[in-house]
Ligand binder design. Structure first.
Ligand code: ISE
Length: 335
């Protein structure tokens, strides 16, 4: 029997997940949706023949819903995750786990107390072919030991009008997670260098920024976080090893030569660049939730670690100094 899924939040990523579950992913049926904007929820529900629920609590508590996708605004993630944990419902929870480390800790502790992993964090890059190949090639050892990881993350314009400190929790957090995943280590320090604001940067905001991280063994990671890059969306990663270098370009496979011009198209948004990664992430989540595979993707612990890195980075925006990233012992549930 199909997994009956409820989707909370039908903004751009929630709608994309609902349509993908409906049309591209096997083993799941979207039975219900919720959004604060009832018209927006209605529009999606009609497309996929789902019911609209009056509140997230009603949707989570419904006997018709086996599992939930939480794609609401960032500051609602922790509360809705706690509600789903109390109801014993597995969830694909969009990043970040929570808007603060204190809230992230409450969610982590609740899942540990429950003793069952119900949370999968929506760090879709772990399913992107480029990052998967990077990890495979790091593991096969041809470039030796990883010494440096250079990340570039550019948005055409500041998503959701993000303020600079929230950029760390919403945008740069992808690099925090993927760097942990690529090198399989925790990070101990972070410092954010604020650049000269470009003409599109609102007063009082900082953009671009360079984030510098050091891992427990001294691996260096830098992130160019640029949310008003104007020309389009671009994410690249270069891994510098002791014996060689791995370059992951921005995911464009085709170079077109025509009309005296050679080039590649550039997506406007992450939904274009990572469409296949989102689909693969949803399929893997559905399979694991149906008990066909062991849990895959990022856990609540990964979400907690990434939120801790974001909070230390946000602190560094204020102080200008190098800040330490403090993590508790990783609970046995996540080993
Ligand atoms: C957005 O929420 C994402 O997750 C995208 O991957 C990221 O590039 C963007 O900056 C975020 O706002």
């Amino acid at each position: 029997m199909d997994l009956r899924v409820g989707v909370i939040g039908t903004g751009n990523i929630g709608t994309s997940h609902a349509l993908s579950l409906h049309g591209e992913v096997s083993g799941a049926t979207v039975v219900s949706v919720y959004d604060l904007d009832a018209d927006r929820a209605d529009a999606v529900a009609q497309d996929i023949q789902a019911d609209v629920y009056p509140s997230p609590e009603a949707l989570i508590g419904s006997a018709e819903v086996d599992a939930v996708v939480i794609a609401s605004p960032d500051d609602l993630h922790a509360e809705q995750a706690l509600t789903a944990l109390s109801a014993g419902k597995p969830m694909l929870l969009e990043k970040p786990l929570a808007p603060t480390v204190a809230d992230a800790r409450r969610v982590l502790d609740a899942e540990v107390t429950l003793g069952r992993r119900l949370i999968t964090l929506g760090f879709m890059r772990r399913f992107d072919l480029g990052y998967v190949q990077l990890k495979e090639q790091i593991t096969d050892g041809e470039v030796g030991e990883v010494l440096i990881v250079h990340n570039v993350h550019r948005n055409a314009s500041a998503p959701y009008g993000l303020l600079s400190d929230r950029t760390m929790y919403n945008m740069a957090i992808h690099e925090f997670d993927i760097s942990r995943w690529l090198i399989d280590e925790e990070f101990t320090t972070v410092q954010v260098i604020k650049g000269r604001p470009g003409p599109q940067t609102p007063p009082g905001q900082f953009d671009p920024m360079i984030v510098m991280l050091t891992s427990a063994t001294g691996t260096l990671v830098d992130v160019e976080a640029f949310v008003n890059a104007h020309y389009g969306y671009e994410v690249t990663c270069q891994v510098v090893g002791s014996l060689g270098v791995l370059d992951m370009s921005d995911g464009a496979f085709i170079t077109r030569t025509a009309r005296n011009l050679r080039g590649q198209s550039i997506p406007d948004l992450w939904l274009g660049r990572f469409a296949e990664a989102y689909r693969a992430e949803l399929q893997a989540w559905v399979n694991a939730t149906r008990g066909l595979t062991r849990p895959v993707g990022a856990s609540a612990w990964d979400g907690f670690a990434a939120t801790s890195m974001a909070e230390a980075a946000a602190r560094s925006i204020g102080t200008g100094s190098r800040e330490s990233i403090e993590l508790p012992q990783r609970p046995a549930l996540y080993s």
